[in-house]
Write a protein of this length. Structure first.
Length: 144
């Protein structure tokens, strides 16, 4: 029988980002489906996301854009956080950086999905990117 290892604390913000992504998916669906219905668009209108986006109000599309963004850069976060957890470096500063990254993505989601202020969004994106970069650098330094 295998001994159970104590889970790395960094896994909690990883799971938190997964849950947040699913929350955003739900928000996208509950705003997009009624908008598609109100525009009297059939299911085939959604064959190409860009074409559908042009047919819906921009405020509706913002949620879908954010959901798509949560499928992009966070993949790097997942990779580095899981690598740090496996290497036994998923606590301390790395854990704090992971929580910071999660917070930056949540705030980014609210900004993009409500006001879509690009200056604020970019600032949040940059801060989150710096956190992931710091996590990666910490991992490299510790593993060398």
């Amino acid at each position: 029988m295998l001994d159970m290892l104590e889970p790395a604390p960094i896994l909690l913000p990883v799971i938190g980002l997964v849950i947040w992504t699913l929350v955003m998916q739900g928000w996208m669906v509950v705003t997009r489906v009624p908008a598609i219905s109100a525009a009297k668009l059939g299911p085939e209108a959604g064959q190409r996301t860009a074409e559908l986006a042009a047919m819906l109000p921009k405020e509706v599309q913002w949620k879908a854009d954010n959901y798509n963004h949560l499928m992009e850069q966070p993949t790097i976060f997942y990779a580095v956080a899981l690598a740090l957890a496996i290497a036994g470096m998923g606590d301390g500063l790395n854990m704090m950086l992971a929580w910071f990254y999660l917070g930056s993505r949540v705030v980014h989601s609210f900004v993009q999905s409500t006001t879509n202020n690009v200056t604020i969004r970019f600032s949040l994106f940059l801060l989150g990117t710096i956190a992931v970069l710091a996590m990666a650098i910490n991992g490299v330094i510790s593993l060398l």
